[in-house]
Ligand binder design. Structure first.
Ligand code: CS2
Length: 475
């Protein structure tokens, strides 16, 4: 690389805070969202909130960041240009499969007050349709039988057990994934797992543990190889693992931490509230629901990214229709929120050409995402929702694994094999509706008619014309 060694990014030699947070699941999202808020909160108000992060799967990010002292560039990509900052809040990165005992020890350290998570929907090993722990999940079967876990849930419970055994206080578990009631979901699966190991442990966690709910928001596409050159152009630095994010960010947190110990989040714009639920519902249904809709339909229509998709007037119109006629009518706005204004801002965010967020990335793990993003709205709606029905139909076509030009689709989903079998059967809509991990029995009955109609139109017309057709229908 022309920049040579002198251009390599290195952490500054400033005094470091002690570690107060362990973060599980070190993807681009956390590095561009929670980590930045924590760094800013310490700059403003101090505190020992250094972050020891853990990758639960691969060593890639650790290997890339270690030579840079775990510092990295966060590049804010807006329509008017890029601006960069160097983030130095990660003190260390553990790779769980290399040494699970070291991660448990790190979480059991009494200096650690918070364990935060971005492990994606499937990382909770729950049944998306019910929220209960999936006791058949291979990682859960393994983690209940062996002391050294693989799953985030196994690590949380084993580390809480170690703290209890040492007479220490529990840590707060801070879920930062796009799940409705993420605090209650993680609490539920942790308690179920703990109860299977030791009922007294479960009672202690239930009484002393805290699992605040959160709503997290910032669009952060996976870093692509070409982003490294973009970061070098903006900063003159060689960074092996930068993150690229949009300007917008939002974090709403239920203010319920063990012994009230937390960074000074409120000082850096985090909304600390008593009830996160209305914020979660607004974001999951309005942002993530339309994101997934545009991802499946846009992918099938041949678009690569969300900004390419909404550059097409029919698709921008679809998003607006979904908000105005299908989603907002069954939403209760959080206090102070203006839903039409929120929708308008979302469209501008999607249109940001500096963010190349691939439809394929958002289409991943649909079986884990559709219930909270789309099916809830469809079930509650009192008037027909042809746009959302078309989006679910597009997922049904997508998971069959072939696009409109006959090219294979690389479908990533924990249920990919089952989905493909159902979606390529003689009755794809019926077979997919009978998957209980995704659709409840009531939903399967209620949605059958509209989904059959939408699926037939999609196959007959193709995604682009089917979207245009929906735009002609009355609400
Ligand atoms: C996206 C989200 O990948 C996806 O499924 O819908 O990651 C989305 O970009 C974030 O939730 C925005 O806050």
């Amino acid at each position: 690389m022309e920049a040579g060694l002198h251009g390599n990014l290195m952490r500054s030699t400033d005094a470091r805070p002690r570690v107060g947070i362990v973060h599980l699941g070190l993807g681009a999202f956390f590095r561009a969202h929670g980590a930045i808020y924590v760094a800013e909160a310490m700059q403003k108000s101090g505190g020992d909130w250094g972050i020891r992060a853990a990758s639960l799967q691969s060593a890639g990010t650790r290997d890339a960041l270690r030579p840079q002292g775990y510092a990295y560039v966060a590049l804010e990509a807006g329509p008017a240009g890029d601006s960069a900052q160097i983030i130095e809040v990660i003190e260390d990165i553990l790779v769980a499969p290399e040494d699970p005992a070291a991660l448990i020890a790190a979480m059991a350290d009494p200096g650690v007050k918070i364990v935060s998570l971005t492990v994606t929907e499937k990382g909770y090993c729950h049944q998306p349709a019910t929220g209960a722990l999936n006791l058949q999940h291979p990682d859960i079967v393994h983690d209940l039988a062996q002391p050294l876990p693989r799953s985030a849930i196994g690590f949380l419970v084993r580390a809480l057990a170690a703290r209890r055994a040492a007479g220490a206080r529990p840590f707060t578990v801070l879920s930062c994934d796009n799940l409705p009631h993420n605090g209650a979901v993680v609490r539920g699966v942790v308690l179920e797992f703990a109860r299977a190991l030791d009922p007294a442990l479960a009672d202690w966690i239930a009484a002393e543990g805290r699992f605040p709910a959160t709503m997290v928001d910032r669009i952060v596409p996976a870093t692509k190889p070409e982003d490294l050159a973009r970061v070098r152009a903006a900063t003159g630095k060689v960074d092996a693992a930068p993150v690229i994010h949009e300007p917008f960010r939002q974090w709403v947190i239920e203010d319920d931490f063990v012994d009230a110990l937390r960074p000074d989040f409120a000082a850096v714009g985090v909304q600390m509230v008593r009830d996160v639920a209305p914020f979660e519902l607004m974001k999951l249904r309005m942002l993530n629901g339309t994101h997934s809709s545009l991802a499946y339909l846009g992918y099938l229509a041949g678009f690569e990214t969300i900004s390419d998709t909404v550059a097409d007037a029919a698709f921008a119109g679809l998003a607006q229709r979904l908000w105005a006629r299908e989603i907002i009518p069954v939403l209760t706005a959080p206090e102070g929120a203006d839903l039409p204004a929120y929708a308008k801002a979302l469209l501008a965010r999607y249109q940001n050409p500096a963010i190349r967020h691939r439809c394929w990335q958002i289409a991943m793990d649909g079986s884990q995402k559709l219930p909270q993003r789309i099916l809830g709205t469809l079930t509650e709606a009192e008037t027909p929702c042809p746009g959302l029905a078309l989006a679910v139909a597009a997922w049904m076509v997508y998971v069959a694994g072939t696009d409109e030009k006959g090219q294979p689709i690389e479908v990533k989903d924990p249920l990919a094999a089952e989905l493909r079998l159902a979606a390529t059967s003689a009755d794809p809509v019926g077979a997919l509706l009978s998957l209980r991990a995704v659709f409840s029995p009531e939903q399967a009955v209620a949605l059958e008619g509209p989904l059959r109609a939408a699926h037939a139109r999609l196959l007959a017309l193709g995604a682009h014309a089917a979207v245009a057709e929906v735009m002609l229908q009355e609400a």
